[in-house]
Write a protein that binds this ligand. Structure first.
Ligand code: GN1
Ligand code: MG
Length: 355
């Protein structure tokens, strides 16, 4: 973590009035370092050091973000702004890192998990609004901030590479997870959908990347736009499902607590449906696949990182990646068992747009 003096030095690079900000480290996320900047205990800005070993092209990433943010503003979608540096750039860098500052939305709150149908409904609604706002933007200028981020073939190759190099003790401890991964890779390759249009996606739509109003409980907007790039709608769908329909946190060790809550699933779909028809029939048909693919992808990535000795994600204890993997695989299995249920619910609620 960074000292107060260091953070003040960074702040001076940005176009902000000179005020006595207090910094609070937010222990959220596995990738970046995040600080809340407050004045008299009122949060004003988010200061972040972007992880350059994960995101190689930070210039491209910040261009994606500012380009998207210029469209992400509407009566039902709250605007977030990037504070410019004194030289008019969206981030500041020196040999120690890449820094950015974004506005904090007053009276907003995030949830790691939920049991409330209203929250699930609001999440579905805001993800639909996000996609509709970005539907017509020109896609070519957007770079891939992490190439093949949700590409299962890549994640399979990385997993197999880790398997061939991992110490036998780790292979043994992770044996159940390894067997499940191999079985699921086969199943998913048989299910892979075709004819899905490319959209500009968020690609990390877990519940705690959605801001809600503390007062009304309504969803305000999506945050954490680092992985905003080309993708498929079922990626954003699946990432939301794995964190909204499951009432347990991502690294839950007690698998009895990991659930596929059908009432939350239905509320989430209803929320998407409030946006009217905006998905193609191929996209709609691919949604249940996305709800199985995404928890699995995150699980296999955590497993790969465990086998490689925790080099990608920040971990707070040695086996955290393995616990995350087992929990994500458990939810993958539960989602798979709900495949037919998901298909029926979706067909009854979402209507495809006319081509
Ligand atoms: C990572 O650090 P955070 O929470 O923003 C990961 C996401 C995962 C998430 C939780 C670039 O994001 O894909 O959903 O952990 N981001 C990257 O598992 O790998
Ligand atoms: Mg993220």
């Amino acid at each position: 973590m960074h000292s107060n003096d260091e953070l003040i030095r960074i702040l001076k690079q940005f176009q902000l009035a000179h005020e006595p900000y207090e910094f609070g480290a937010l222990h959220i996320g596995y990738i970046n370092d995040t600080y809340l900047m407050s004045l008299n205990n009122r949060p004003k800005y988010i200061l972040q050091r972007v992880n350059h070993s994960v995101f190689e092209d930070i210039d491209g990433l910040m261009n994606n973000m500012t380009r998207a943010l210029s469209h992400l503003s509407a009566e039902n979608y709250s605007k977030i702004e990037v504070v410019q540096t004194r030289t008019g750039r969206p981030y500041w860098s020196d040999e120690k890192g890449y820094w950015r500052i974004m506005t904090y939305l007053d009276n907003s709150i995030t949830f790691n998990t939920t049991t409330a149908q209203k929250t699930a409904f609001e999440a579905g609604k805001i993800i639909g609004i996000f996609h509709k706002l970005l539907e017509r933007v020109e896609k070519d200028p957007f770079v891939d901030t992490i190439p093949d981020f949700h590409n299962l073939d890549l994640r399979e190759r990385q997993f197999k590479q880790a398997l061939s190099q991992s110490p036998s003790t780790r292979l043994e401890v992770a044996s159940t997870a390894i067997v499940f991964a191999q079985k699921m890779l086969l199943r998913l390759s048989e299910m892979a959908p075709k004819g899905i249009p490319v959209r500009i996606c968020h690609n990390d739509t877990k519940l705690n990347n959605i801001l809600f109003s503390k007062e009304t409980g309504k969803a305000l907007c999506l945050i954490d736009l680092d992985t905003l790039m080309k993708g498929y709608f079922h990626y954003d769908f699946g990432d939301a499902i794995r964190t909204i329909v499951n009432t347990a946190p991502e690294d839950e060790k007690d698998h009895q607590k990991i659930t596929f809550e059908q009432d939350l699933f239905e509320a989430f779909i209803e929320g998407i449906a409030t946006n009217g028809p905006f998905l193609t029939s191929n996209e709609i048909n691919a949604l249940p696949y996305g709800a199985i693919l995404l928890p699995f992808l995150h699980g296999i990535r955590a497993l790969t990182d465990y086998l490689e000795g925790n080099i990608y994600y920040k971990v707070s204890y040695e086996n955290q990646n393995l616990d995350r993997c087992l929990s994500l695989f458990d939810f993958t299995d539960k989602a798979f068992k709900n495949l037919e249920y998901m298909q029926n619910t979706i067909l009854g609620t979402l209507v495809a747009k006319a081509n």
